[in-house]
Design a binder for this molecule. Structure first.
Ligand code: FAD
Ligand code: SF4
Ligand code: SF4
Length: 397
């Protein structure tokens, strides 16, 4: 008789052994468990199948002829929101942590997969299954490094939990959706964030050292809509560095190869996505992908201020110019960079147009990376929506 759980016979890989996706591995954690049995179908870097998994998760794949769906994926609603009382120390206003806490408090789920940091290092990710609001709060704020969130999947099965919330980024969620039916759950909720330009822990160190005036005191950073990186330091001070002044020549290979080949910026397979880039400064941007996502957002509606999303400006010329500047590794002197940042902030893309600016800039860069480094993967690995987005621009060879 064949076993219902063939994966239980598989063996997790040892921590430092080479992963099946080789240099493209984003350390999502699947291969740290016996679910490695399914790696060929599940790994985002071995089998790209976003459209099939969209059908599984949302009952349809995105409408490529609908301009917003082409960019942001399947959704039934999109709003800007912020918590009336932000959670101190959260990445933005803490909408993600608040939804997770509400779901646990109301008994919708028995546990929440999220990522805390290790005691020794505030940026070292430590995935956990949180079972109390305190444990969820301890996972607030981004760990801006690759994080093996799925490494706790064996623990989920062993715990006997039947109702689970998983918080994660696109590559983790793609692998999760691919093995969802094997987890023995009654209900899985998926709360995603957008994600881009992630790094290994060593890469993060290099990025901080090349970019910030005081790398050792950074507690939080974000690439903001005002075209500057905002570093928050331990003493609460905020340092702003213009994107255009980044030392692109030194930073070219700081981002992980997985993230240079990633086209799931907006977390296509989550039920609900909470980011910031499609919203006015200070607000968060929410995509409700399906009815499960709506159920999750409804739990915190009374804690939120909301407003409709807006869009302003025209990104295309800036994207086209950025493509060749990045390719040539141009670094502008800091004063020019600051001035450009101010000008672009006044007349540049805002709201959804800023989100499109960021998606276009990253997809064109990543398309070139795959074409140059893994040409044999280009056709199957780049999803159709990304091919259409990249097709709007003239790319160097
Ligand atoms: P909080 O309440 O602070 O909760 C944050 C949650 O994120 C926690 O539950 C934690 O478990 C989870 N988390 C933290 N680090 C990781 C990780 N490495 N992998 C998986 N889960 C993690 N949004 C955009 O709109 N545009 C972007 O370009 C963008 N880039 C991002 C890059 C990275 C590497 C990450 C992790 C997130 C990115 N986001 C981006 C999402 C955004 O920064 C916020 O995380 C999101 O808006 C939620 O904010 P919050 O205050 O509600 O979260
Ligand atoms: Fe395994 Fe995940 Fe790495 Fe793919 S990305 S090889 S599934 S750990
Ligand atoms: Fe994963 Fe893509 Fe984020 Fe890299 S950029 S961690 S591959 S979702």
């Amino acid at each position: 008789m064949t076993s219902l759980f063939p994966h239980k016979k598989a063996k997790a890989l040892k921590p430092n052994s080479r992963r099946p996706a080789k240099e493209l591995c984003s350390e999502c954690g699947l291969c740290d468990t016996y679910y490695i049995h399914y790696v060929k179908e599940a790994c985002a870097f071995i089998t790209q199948q976003i459209d099939t998994l969209e059908e599984q998760a949302h009952q349809r794949s995105r409408n490529l002829d609908h301009p917003d769906e082409l960019y942001f994926g399947v959704h039934q609603d999109m709003i800007a929101a912020r918590k009336q009382q932000p959670i101190p120390g959260a990445q933005w206003t803490g909408i993600v942590s608040s939804i997770a806490i509400e779901m646990l408090n109301r008994g919708l789920v028995e546990g929440v997969v999220c990522v805390q940091n290790s005691k020794e290092d505030r940026f070292q990710p430590m995935p956990v299954i949180a079972r109390t609001p305190e444990e969820i709060l301890a996972a607030r704020v981004n760990k801006p490094t690759l994080s093996p969130n799925l490494s706790i999947l064996e623990q989920v099965e062993k715990s006997g939990m039947k109702r689970l919330l998983v918080i994660g980024v696109g590559c983790q969620i793609q692998a999760l959706r691919a093995v969802e039916k094997k987890l023995g759950l009654e209900k899985l909720y998926v709360l995603g964030t957008p994600c881009v330009d992630n790094v290994t822990r060593a890469g993060l160190q290099k990025f901080l050292e090349t970019t910030s005036r005081s790398p050792q005191t950074v507690v939080h950073y974000e690439f903001m809509q005002d075209f500057r990186i905002h570093f928050t330091h331990e003493d609460g001070s905020i340092e702003k560095v213009p994107f255009f002044g980044l030392k692109t020549n030194q930073l070219k290979d700081v981002f992980a190869p997985s993230c240079m080949s990633c086209f799931d910026y907006v977390n296509s397979l989550a039920d609900l996505v909470v980011g910031y880039m499609g919203a006015p400064f200070g607000w968060q941007w929410i995509l409700v992908r399906n009815n499960t996502g709506k159920e999750m957002l409804d739990l915190v509606q009374d804690q939120l201020d909301t407003q409709p999303v807006m869009s302003q400006g025209n990104r295309q010329e800036a994207v086209q110019q950025g493509i060749s500047a990045y390719d040539k590794g141009v670094t502008l002197p800091m004063w020019v960079a600051k001035m450009m940042g101010v000008v672009i902030d006044k007349i540049g893309p805002k709201g959804l147009e800023y989100a499109r600016f960021s998606i276009d800039s990253h997809f064109t860069r990543n398309y070139l990376f795959v074409k140059r480094n893994h040409p044999e993967k280009l056709e199957a690995h780049v999803p159709e929506f990304a091919k259409r987005i990249v097709g709007q621009y003239k790319l160097p060879e």
